[in-house]
Design a protein around this ligand. Structure first.
Ligand SMILES: [Zn+2]
Ligand SMILES: [Zn+2]
Ligand SMILES: [Zn+2]
Length: 145
């Protein structure tokens, strides 16, 4: 049972890693951080997800999760202290607090599945994505005119 739990934790971490890696790749100051991703099993960062026997062993021992988490923390530290990366963050359109949010911040951020815009989880709860609504009303307006 424990290994099932850590597998889902690892899945979650993996999605965060993929999302933060996309951001880092666009940053010219992130070479050192990207190098930290290299010791991770390559297939961990690729679709579709599969685990090798070796991975499963490591997951059981908690090594892979610890390793993935360490890389993620390191990457987050870079993003938070990097102007280039911070410039790529999102401002929640609901509350417009100046806090920049990123899709890898799973605990606070919810990403619209359609347009990929990011909002606070609490702000987005049960509401429609303002960006999508805008795009929809714009296309509707065009159709009417
Ligand atoms: Zn950066
Ligand atoms: Zn918000
Ligand atoms: Zn949207």
């Amino acid at each position: 049972m424990r290994s099932c739990l850590s597998l889902s934790v690892l899945q979650e971490l993996r999605e965060q890693l993929i999302s933060i890696k996309k951001l880092l790749k666009a940053c010219r100051l992130s070479k050192r951080v990207l190098a930290e991703f290299e010791p991770l099993p390559v297939h961990l960062m690729e679709e579709p997800l599969f685990f090798s026997m070796e991975d499963l062993q490591k997951v059981k021992k908690g090594q892979l999760v610890a390793q993935a988490r360490a890389v993620l923390n390191y990457a987050m530290e870079h993003v938070e202290s990097c102007e280039l990366c911070m410039g790529r963050g999102f401002i929640c359109e609901f509350c417009r607090i100046k806090d920049v949010i990123f899709p890898f911040q799973r605990d606070i951020c919810k990403q619209c599945a359609v347009c990929r815009a990011c909002f606070h989880i609490e702000c987005f709860l049960g509401k429609r994505c303002p960006k999508c609504t805008r795009i929809q009303s714009r296309t509707k307006g065009q159709m009417n005119s």
